[in-house]
Ligand binder design. Sequence first.
Ligand code: FE2
Ligand code: FE2
Length: 286
Amino acid sequence: MSPPEAPLLEQLAANSVPYRDPLAALDWRALALDRYWLPPEAISLHGTPEFSALSEPARMRLSQYELLGIAQAAVALERVALESAAWRLHRAKSSAEYAFLLHEMREEAGHGLMFLRLVAASGLEVPEWQAALPRFARPVTRLIHSDLLYWFMQVVVQDIPDKLYRFVRRHAGPELSGFVRQMITVHMLDEARHLTYARRRLEVVAQGRGLTVTRFIPPLCEILFNRFVRRLFWPDAELYERAGLGDGRPWRLVALRNPHRREFVLRLIAPTMRLLQQHGVEVRLR
Ligand SMILES: [Fe+2]
Ligand SMILES: [Fe+2]
C-alpha cells in the first residue's frame, strides 16, 4: 500500500464509526405490498405492449418480485464481499486498512441480514436463498490472482447497484414504497465509502499495470461484467411465474427482446462503463 492512501482509509473508517444497524434502523412495520417497490420504468417489461396490458396490481406485484430478485443477488454479493474482505485482512499493510476492512465487513454483514429480512418480511414466495445465489457469485480472484480483475469486480458489483439506487431515489413518487426508499438509502450511504476506496484502488492498479497484465484478463472482465448485468436486470423465467404471470419463459423473452429495457440499462450503467474505460478496461453490453 502506498502511504498516501492512509489518510483516505482513515477518513473512510472514521465516517463508518456511527454504525447504523439496518435491522434496527429501518421501520420494518412500514413494509407494505400496496406500493411499487421499483418505479415502473425500472421494471424489466416496461415499455412493451404486454406491460401496458397488465393491471396496476400485477405491475406492482412484479416490481416487488423484481426487487426481491435483486435482494437475493445482493445476499450473494454481500457474502462475496465478506469473503474478499476477510481474505484482505491477512494482507492489510496498515492499521488504517485493517480498521477500514473491519468496518466494511460489519456493514456488509448488516446488508446481508437486511436483505434476508426483507425477503422473509415480504411474505412473498421466493426460492430459498441458497438456490437463488448465482453460480458465479464467488470471489473469482481466489482462482485467478489479478489485482486488476479484483478491483474491477469490486467497482462493478458496487457501482452498478449504486446507479440503480440513485435512479430509484430520483424517481420515487408517492406510488413507491417509503420503506424501500429508506432501505436503499441505508445501503447506498454505506456502499459509497466502499466504492470510494475500490475506485481509488482500481485507478492505482490500472496505472501500474503496464505490460504485466495477462491478455485474458480484459476479456474475462467483460464476461463477468455481462453476467452480472444480466443477472441483475433480466430476471429468470421463474420470477415471472412467482409474480403470478403464468408461464415465465415467454415473459423472459419479452424482457430480453425489450429495446426499452436495454436502453434503460445502458443509460443507467453508462457512467460505470465510462469510469472503467478511463482505467483502460473497455466493456460492452452484449
Ligand atoms: Fe453491501
Ligand atoms: Fe460494499
